[in-house]
Ligand binder design. Structure first.
Ligand SMILES: Cc1cc2nc3c(=O)[nH]c(=O)nc-3n(C[C@H](O)[C@H](O)[C@H](O)COP(=O)(O)OP(=O)(O)OC[C@H]3O[C@@H](n4cnc5c(N)ncnc54)[C@H](O)[C@@H]3O)c2cc1C
Length: 344
């Protein structure tokens, strides 16, 4: 069975692993330079910075088993810190029992091996799909053809799995019956800003849940294990303090077209407000996510599947957001495509 997967994020990795383990021939098409999607880290300033998912949790047995496997391979580790919260002008510790995991050195490190059994095209944005029907001994079957932005076409796929954000999936599947079930507004935007400070605040907080204002999350990136460059890890006294600010969904939506310089200034003001001290920024880096986190106003639609067309859609948004749900959705989609019962 020849299967095409669009996207190389967490859900695609889970699906790819499950499909290749069952002997399917899988080809992955990813528009970015490498796998990761929203769990990507960027090499920038004095190390690598997690500009998407900050950490992940494992609440189901199935995903916990996967995380433990990554841990034993040295790809994932626990991020142990006391969370803080900022509410009504007060910043205070807010300890909880949650076990949080991060990728070792980079967030996407754990995914690379999951694509090993597949053929992968990176820097390849698929912008056209066609399903070509054929009638073989009275049974209607078909094959998928995918064409990239660069004009290259890839054909002969028995099945297709889309893992891209819902708005993009809807656009690609325009006219297909399954597209009517895609909730377009399931993911909300987020501006992520990395701020390198000219002088250290020496603040104890490593991760702060911000409950009001323009921000929803702040992390001391430089305190996260393994994020500094090798040189600075040996000489931590030289390491500059780096803070990551995620602006809130509402603020990010309102400032979607604002210039990065202004977004950096806004993030610096937010960091000063929350820490209660005026920060001096030496360097800043912004990343705009058009589709970041799950919109909890929309009920999860579940993994979508059209048996006749051998077409499946998965991704965090089908099961309610988060890395864990992305993984589970990928496994479920693979089971549907293989015609197997789902045992999670
Ligand atoms: C700012 C931010 C903070 C987050 N914080 C957390 C957190 O703390 N904890 C947590 O559990 N989760 C968090 N998340 C959510 C988590 O990152 C996602 O749930 C998970 O990574 C989604 O994986 P996915 O495979 O469903 O989708 P994605 O990672 O979005 O993968 C889809 C892939 O498809 C590719 N693609 C799209 N269109 C095309 C096309 N036409 N052709 C080829 N390729 C295409 C994309 O480039 C992408 O790589 C956060 C996300 C963001 C953005």
């Amino acid at each position: 069975m020849k299967i095409a997967i669009i996207g190389a994020g967490v859900s695609a990795a889970a699906a790819c692993k499950a499909l290749t383990a069952q002997g399917a021939s899988v080809t992955v098409f990813e528009k970015a330079r490498g796998p990761g999607g929203r769990v990507s880290s960027k090499r920038a300033l004095a190390g690598s910075f997690d500009f998407g998912a900050q950490y992940f949790t494992a609440r189901s047995q199935a995903f916990l088993a996967q995380v433990q496997q990554w841990q034993s391979q040295g790809l994932v580790q626990r991020w142990e810190f006391v969370p803080y919260q900022y509410q009504h002008g007060q910043l205070s510790p807010s300890p909880d029992d949650e076990i949080r995991y991060i990728g070792t050195s980079t967030m996407h490190q754990m995914l690379a091996g999951e694509f090993e059994g597949a053929t992968m095209y990176t820097g390849c944005k698929i912008n056209e799909l066609s399903y070509i029907c054929s009638n073989v001994s009275s049974q209607s079957t078909g094959q998928w053809q995918l064409c990239s932005e660069q004009g290259e076409c890839f054909g002969g796929f028995d099945a297709l799995l889309l893992t891209c954000p819902p708005a993009q999936a809807k656009q690609l599947l325009e006219g297909a019956p399954l597209s009517l079930q895609i909730p377009e507004q399931a993911l909300l935007p987020c501006w992520a800003v990395l701020l390198e400070l000219a002088s250290a605040t020496h603040h104890q907080a490593q991760g702060i849940f911000v409950r009001d204002g323009n921000t929803r999350w702040i992390a001391q990136q430089s305190a996260k294990p393994g994020r500094h460059s090798a040189r600075l890890q040996q000489d931590t006294a030289q390491a500059p303090e780096q803070w990551l600010v995620h602006l809130s969904e509402d603020c990010s939506a309102a400032e979607l077209e604002t210039m990065p310089e202004q977004i950096s200034a806004l993030a610096a003001a937010e960091l000063s407000r929350v820490l209660g001290t005026e920060v001096q920024v030496a360097a800043a880096l912004c990343h705009r996510w058009l589709y970041a986190s799950y919109n909890s106003d929309i009920p999860p639609c579940g993994v979508l599947f059209d048996k006749k067309m051998q077409l499946a859609l998965c991704g965090d948004w089908t099961l309610g957001g988060r890395v864990e749900n992305a993984w589970l959705s990928g496994v479920e989609a693979a089971c549907k495509l293989l015609g197997k019962a789902h045992h999670i």
